[in-house]
Design a protein around this ligand. Structure first.
Ligand code: SAM
Length: 294
């Protein structure tokens, strides 16, 4: 008896201007559609995918999936947090699914974590259909969640944050201005002297133009910029990049044993001091891609 093959939904994912993969169509076999709606900013969908579990799609682009979101959120959040001696005040820009918030509240030295997300629907839908991402982090007493355009919010805060995490969708729609030189200048000014910023900077494989643009613009603002790589299988985007920047040299804070004990106590599944070290080693073809961004 032929097994009933679940329907495949092909998303015109990666088809926006920020991608170089017009010839690529990405399909995910779907068990069930859990939510579909239009917010004031974008289409919002949650599917239960056969292989990747529950996943959030915004304007047809997969944002995060239960099966491998920990890779993305740990790389994006733990990299900068472990490079700051005392990250008391943290800002997450975007991150409406709550995965970054979950990673930040694991640090007990964090006193305040601000999250500025433009689309309330994304948070509401994620809390209802993707609770495994935030794991109650929205209720953490240190969390201050604001529904606002981050491009506006960031201008109002000077020398205020120790770590800023840019967990925003690709530069289309509401996120289009979050890769402008002016935005990165405001991010630098919002950081305290030894502050660290980490941005999801797109895929080396399907978004090399974006990766280079973010590199260049962060180098215009910061003396120290490092890019790290990881594979996030559900993105179907090859080598994914995370770019960190600071006015001070970027290095893990504290002794190696301290870092290892701290990471182990958090039950991290991807990030570790060792991964941190090797993830900044790029193969020659990727180094070459970034050469003229220096
Ligand atoms: N992991 C995803 C990726 O790599 O693209 C990002 C996930 S997170 C859901 C992206 C969030 O950025 C979305 O919820 C979106 O609403 C938010 N966002 C986009 N533009 C924004 C803006 N101008 N201000 C604040 N949040 C914004």
């Amino acid at each position: 008896m032929m097994s009933k093959v679940p329907p495949t939904y092909f998303f015109e994912a990666e088809a926006g201007a920020a991608f170089e993969t017009d010839g690529v169509q990405i399909g995910y076999r779907v068990k069930k559609k859990l939510y579909e709606g239009m917010s004031a900013y974008q289409s919002v969908r949650v599917f239960d995918l056969v292989f990747f579990g529950r996943a959030l799609f915004l304007d047809s682009i997969l944002q995060t999936a239960e099966k491998d979101e920990f890779v993305y959120h740990e790389m994006l959040c733990q990299s900068p947090l472990f490079c700051h001696k005392n990250p008391e005040r943290v800002l997450i820009i975007g991150g409406g699914d709550g995965g970054s918030l979950r990673e930040v509240v694991k640090h007990k030295e964090v006193r305040e974590v601000w999250m500025v997300e433009i689309d309330k629907d994304v948070m509401d839908v994620s809390r209802k259909y993707l609770p495994a991402l935030s794991q109650g982090a929205f209720q953490d007493p240190r969390a201050r969640v604001l529904v606002e355009d981050a491009a506006r919010f960031i201008k109002r805060h000077k020398s205020f944050f120790d770590v800023i995490i840019l967990d925003v969708s690709d530069p289309e729609g509401p996120a289009a201005k979050l890769v402008s030189p002016g935005f990165y200048k405001n991010v630098r000014e919002a950081l305290r002297e030894k502050g660290v910023v980490c941005a999801q900077s797109g895929s080396f494989t399907t978004q090399s133009v974006l990766v280079r643009r973010i590199q260049k613009r962060l180098r215009e603002q910061f003396a120290f910029v490092e890019v790290r790589r990881a594979c996030v299988p559900s993105y179907h985007a090859g080598v994914y990049s995370f770019t960190m920047a600071s006015r001070a040299p970027l290095s893990l804070a504290g002794s190696r044993s301290f870092q290892e004990q701290k990471a182990a106590s958090m039950g991290l599944r991807y990030w570790s001091p060792a991964i941190h070290k090797i993830s900044s080693v790029l193969p020659a073809y990727l180094e070459g891609m970034l050469e003229d961004c220096l």
